[in-house]
Write a protein that binds this ligand. Sequence first.
Ligand SMILES: NC(=O)c1ccc[n+]([C@@H]2O[C@H](COP(=O)([O-])OP(=O)(O)OC[C@H]3O[C@@H](n4cnc5c(N)ncnc54)[C@H](OP(=O)(O)O)[C@@H]3O)[C@@H](O)[C@H]2O)c1
Length: 250
Amino acid sequence: MMQNEKQLKDMVAIITGGGKGIGRSIAMAYAEQGANLVICGRNKSLLDEVSREAGALGVSVLPVRADVSVEADVENMVERALREFGQIDILVNNAGIPGPTVLITEIKKTDWDAVMGTNVTGVFLCSRAVLRHMIGRGKGNILNVSSGAGKTVKVVRSLSYNVSKFAVEGLTAATAVQMKPYGICVNALRPGMIDTDFHRDTPEEWKAKMLPMRHPDVVKELAVFLVLQTVDTMTGESVDLAEWERSRQA
Ligand SMILES: NC(=O)c1ccc[n+]([C@@H]2O[C@H](COP(=O)([O-])OP(=O)(O)OC[C@H]3O[C@@H](n4cnc5c(N)ncnc54)[C@H](OP(=O)(O)O)[C@@H]3O)[C@@H](O)[C@H]2O)c1
């Protein structure tokens, strides 16, 4: 590849929760690499802002208001993406919410359902809709934004969040196995502590334990690297950002 060639040129990437935080950084990283974007979230004005910013880089951006936990919203988003661009090469399941920081005995069923709805059912619905298209093409790449909270439990900030991210790890591994024969990669990225609105309601005592929190742009390079993988190079893996950075320095 020529040194200055854009790595995702003319590809189409859907990024859920692309209006702010980590999703916004991934959307900008892909736009910088030449990908056309579909970004979704519940707040349209945030999406419009990112669309303007990414569009200024010369790529096309389709902002779609969609709640990933709602089947009809997801189906509509994917249909609109296909109508606009005719193909989907990449799906980033990034949309996520933290959940209540209380004992299991205090978790309200509505809060439990909200966390599972966005963090787990959302990943399933978006993957299902996009994979129906990708299978026909015999290629594609899914990146799930997971968390260390879905790998090991040393402390519990939000129990429902832990459980939801364990499910994301499971979805990544199982979907990767099912999709390998179709030439489709599924991997996960664990970003570490990132300074976003996600931590808006995190109690100060917890924040003190998490420092230093990093800027969301630190995920950009790994987010590009992972969607450039093929089933022959890497699929079904969950990659911790800090470990990946250390392995590259070694
Ligand atoms: N920040 C961290 O330290 C950290 C660490 C590990 C993993 N993560 C993971 O990283 C991902 C992004 O988090 P973030 O830190 O960037 O948080 P954030 O700044 O709060 O962004 C979350 C994004 O998800 C969207 N979203 C939430 N619920 C949605 C729904 N039901 N349907 C569609 N979009 C929805 C939000 O948009 P709307 O509100 O407009 O819908 C927003 O764009 C999450 O999966 C999170 O679990 C974060």
